[in-house]
Ligand binder design. Structure first.
Ligand SMILES: *Cc1c(COP(=O)(O)O)cnc(C)c1O
Length: 455
């Protein structure tokens, strides 16, 4: 009984609807505000950036939102994704806990991100859009949107955070293989980029800045819309296929989680696995402990302030209420590039404030140590971002051993790390630094929050 066990659903069990947690929240989300007037925005304010169908999903209170058949058709290539019981890891940890993981690395881009990229490309195509602009940190989102753009015949332009552009040439090559154009950010192609380069010619870039560049391009051109890979309500919505499938798979295993663990950058893979379980709890079902794990070098949920802030450095986006490190905060260049965003999804921030989830922060070497143990027992090499979830799950299993509890732990293995081997080599070479965010920089970025909107 020491083998990994796989739970597979047949294709007919791909969810037919996405789950919208807004329908079950005990208190509604604070509304997004216009960056100029600081008044709540309406759908028309977002129309230059997104097609109406996605704006509708962003503000919807409907519980179940139908997944269009052409999107399910594409999902069919890798969904339902497998759920594994990590028996060999359990044995190695000598824990009485049961550990399950949902594996999203089976998608063509190697992470959970195509779940929303495909949906977003579909709705843009339907709305007659020709071109999508976006940003990418580590390159997973850029390659996911590039893949989706290729399927729906859309041009894709990706502003890639400079530090990742230099560190991860293979992700760039993948985007280009799918037919996208990849530009290092800050770039000379936008006003936001030029201002940043003037201030600091060797700027490492940040997600907040790359978002400004991509938004600027979309706002200026009628044939171009913007696509975001995390944070927004509709993105989190599309990811809920993950948790819905996990519920059905755990039913096959005759089990239900006591604890769910996910890593959080902008919050989308975490929301994807967590929201369907949390929704069941909010409707009177079984209570689940939920743990969000983030990097100590970019600790928005554990150390950020819950306040209205801009989504980008250039202050072009609406103000949203979220846990933030300040939109001008530039996190240090650690290896889980997908987790280097200054803010957290408003929905994830909201449920944290409501006390429905816990959050903890880990340094990267402890996460790589967990990822290596996982690879050596389960065989799958996790993405550096996913290592945070692996660390969190292993620590829960160790706690169960110490307390003598046979709890059921579920975590989201949101992507593989095949494009991140340099990070693993740096770890083995003892070159990874455990960075903390700089107190002084953080205080400065937080001082710049748009406080007049705090009401
Ligand atoms: C993008 C990415 C993340 C971070 O984004 P979330 O929206 O927080 O999920 C985490 N893991 C992987 C593998 C990613 O590609």
């Amino acid at each position: 009984m020491s083998d990994t066990v796989k739970f597979l659903l047949d294709e007919s069990r791909i969810p037919k609807t996405w789950y919208n947690i807004a329908a079950d929240l005990p208190e509604p989300l604070a509304p997004p505000l216009h960056p100029g007037t600081k008044q709540p925005i309406g759908p028309d304010d977002l129309a230059p950036l997104f097609p109406m169908e996605l704006i509708g999903q962003e503000v919807s209170a409907e519980r179940d939102i139908e997944i269009p058949e052409p999107v399910r058709e594409v999902y069919r290539q890798w969904r339902p994704s497998p759920l594994f019981r990590a028996r060999r890891l359990e044995t190695a940890l000598n824990t009485p806990a049961k550990i399950y993981y949902k594996y999203e690395g089976v998608s063509p881009a190697g992470s959970h991100k195509p779940n929303t990229a495909v949906a977003q490309a579909f709705y843009n195509k339907e709305a007659g859009v020709k071109r999508l602009s976006t940003e990418t940190g580590a390159g997973q989102w850029g390659s996911s949107l590039a893949f989706a753009g290729a399927l729906f015949d859309l041009e894709v332009e990706v502003f890639m955070v400079r530090v990742s552009y230099d560190q991860k040439p293979y992700r760039r090559a993948l985007m280009e293989t799918y037919g996208a154009r990849c530009i290092p950010s800050p770039s000379g192609e936008t006003n936001a980029g030029r201002v940043a380069l003037e201030a600091k010619p060797d700027h490492l870039g940040s997600l907040g800045l790359a978002i400004s560049e991509a938004v600027e391009v979309a706002a200026q051109r009628d044939d171009t819309k913007y696509a975001l890979g995390s944070v927004l309500n509709h993105v989190l919505l599309h990811q809920t296929v993950v948790g819905q499938e996990a519920i059905a798979q755990l039913e096959m295993a005759d089990d239900y989680p006591d604890v769910i663990v996910g890593c959080t950058g902008g919050g989308s893979n975490f929301a994807g696995i967590v929201f369907p379980f949390l929704g069941a709890q909010l409707r009177g079902g079984q209570k689940v402990r939920i743990v969000a794990v983030e990097p100590a070098a970019c600790p928005s949920l554990t150390r950020g302030k819950y306040a209205y802030d801009f989504g980008d450095t250039g202050h072009l986006t609406p103000l949203v209420k979220m846990h933030t490190l300040g939109s001008t905060f530039i996190p240090p260049g650690f290896h889980a590039g997908g987790l280097r965003y200054h803010g957290m999804a408003p929905l994830v921030s909201h449920i944290k404030e409501l006390g429905l989830i816990e959050a903890k922060a880990y340094h990267q070497t402890k996460c790589f140590e967990a990822g290596v143990q996982f690879a050596r027992t389960e065989g799958i090499l996790p993405a550096p971002e996913a290592n945070h979830a692996v660390r969190g799950a292993i620590d829960e299993a160790i706690r169960c051993r110490e307390e003598g509890k046979s709890e059921t732990i579920l975590f989201n293995l949101c992507g593989h790390g095949h494009f991140d081997m340099q990070a693993y080599m740096d770890y083995f070479g003892g070159k990874l630094q455990d960075l903390d965010y700089d107190e002084a920089d953080l205080a400065m970025a937080l001082a710049g929050l748009p406080t007049e909107a705090a009401a």
